[in-house]
Design a protein around this ligand. Structure first.
Ligand code: UDP
Length: 331
């Protein structure tokens, strides 16, 4: 297949591109490099451009005939979305509409969309399945939910088949060590802890120890990037093979929650083998953090025939640690 991966220079997109190329697909990456890195595009052909540029999109779709599109390009910081909602609605919603419209014009019928657990808002029960009400509490989640809604209407009106994959906490790194997580600024727990362990940061601060959980710290569902990507590949196969059509949506997670303290404990264990340790501090709660966010991914497993391969937290941390050691030149 010829696949367009939008946002293929980012953390998740770059791992996806590698997996698709290794599976024999022809991959074009479209990325504006606003948060992605050219160095992460080690597979596939990179086109530098922005989804706001409708002419560029039109030319690209005229030149290449894509069998499917995977869309990872988005702004994804909850806090920033509260302060700059316009950025989020414009990039995540309006620019995605440009992409969908060019697909419709060029009769490209298969679309895989990065959605998020943030579309659910405050959890009403746990683990969260697909029937859970979607009531986002920030513009980031709202912008993603809007696209989910658009996709339903585009499926019925234009026959555009799509799969929305709602991620919980994507983490880990390429098991072969070629790719990994790099955000600037970094806000995610696992890379931050690892940076504290490798000496890039002085310490890690736990955001609150007074939650209603066993050890008082927040519980999240950490899913290995490789498992996340394999679900995308299966989702594309599902709609390209016509086994299913319409606007589909699945939650992607491990189905198992780990507390911030448990993650720190596993990191301590992994990094101690390299003689490293870290300083842990306790801070106040970060606003908007629910106590527990865990996915019920039964539907994804059943429908996509998906089996997470790296569900074990220690494996996730080992892969991420290998990447941190390699990308930290001071190490
Ligand atoms: N967290 C923390 N310290 C940090 C960063 C994150 O204690 O420096 C906590 C955060 O409050 C949340 C969990 O780690 O409970 C995962 O946060 P992250 O930002 O990685 O992902 P999110 O769950 O917000 O998508």
């Amino acid at each position: 297949m010829k696949v367009l991966v939008v946002g293929g220079a980012g953390y998740i997109g770059s791992h996806m591109v590698k997996m698709l190329v290794k599976a024999g697909h022809d991959v074009v990456v479209l990325d504006n490099l606003s948060t992605g890195f050219r160095e992460l595009v080690q597979y596939g052909r990179l086109v530098i451009g922005d989804l706001a540029d409708v002419h560029l999109l039109e030319n690209l779709f005229q030149q290449e005939s894509f069998d499917g599109v995977m869309h990872f390009a988005a702004n994804s910081l909850v806090g920033e979305s509260m302060v700059h909602p316009s950025k989020y609605y414009r990039n995540n919603m309006s620019n995605t509409l440009n992409l969908l419209d060019v697909m419709v014009r060029h009769n490209v019928k298969h679309f895989i969309f990065s959605s998020t657990a943030a579309t659910f808002g405050e959890p009403e029960y746990s683990p969260i399945d697909e029937k859970h009400p979607q009531v986002p509490i920030n513009p980031y989640g709202a912008s993603k939910l809007m696209v989910e809604r658009v996709l339903q209407d585009y499926a019925s009106a234009y026959g555009l088949n799509s799969v929305c994959l709602r991620y919980f906490n994507a983490c880990g790194a390429d098991p072969e060590g070629e790719l990994g997580e790099c955000h600037d600024p970094e806000t995610h727990l696992i890379p931050l802890i690892l940076q504290a362990a490798s000496g890039r940061r002085e310490s890690i601060t736990v955001f609150g120890r007074d939650y209603d959980t066993e050890d008082g710290t927040c519980i999240r569902d950490y899913i290995h990037i490789q498992d996340l990507c394999s679900a995308h590949a299966l989702a594309l196969e599902l709609i390209v093979s016509d086994k299913k059509s319409g606007a589909l949506a699945y939650n992607l997670g491990n189905g198992q929650g780990f507390s911030v303290q448990q993650v720190i404990d596993v990191v301590q264990k992994v990094v101690s083998k390299d003689g490293c340790s870290l300083v842990v501090e306790t801070g106040v709660r970060r606003s908007g953090d629910p106590a527990v966010l865990v996915a019920d991914a039964t539907l994804a497993k059943d429908v996509l025939n998906w089996t997470p391969e790296y569900a074990d937290l220690e494996t996730i941390i080992r892969h991420a640690w290998a990447w941190e050691k390699q990308s930290n030149t001071e190490f």
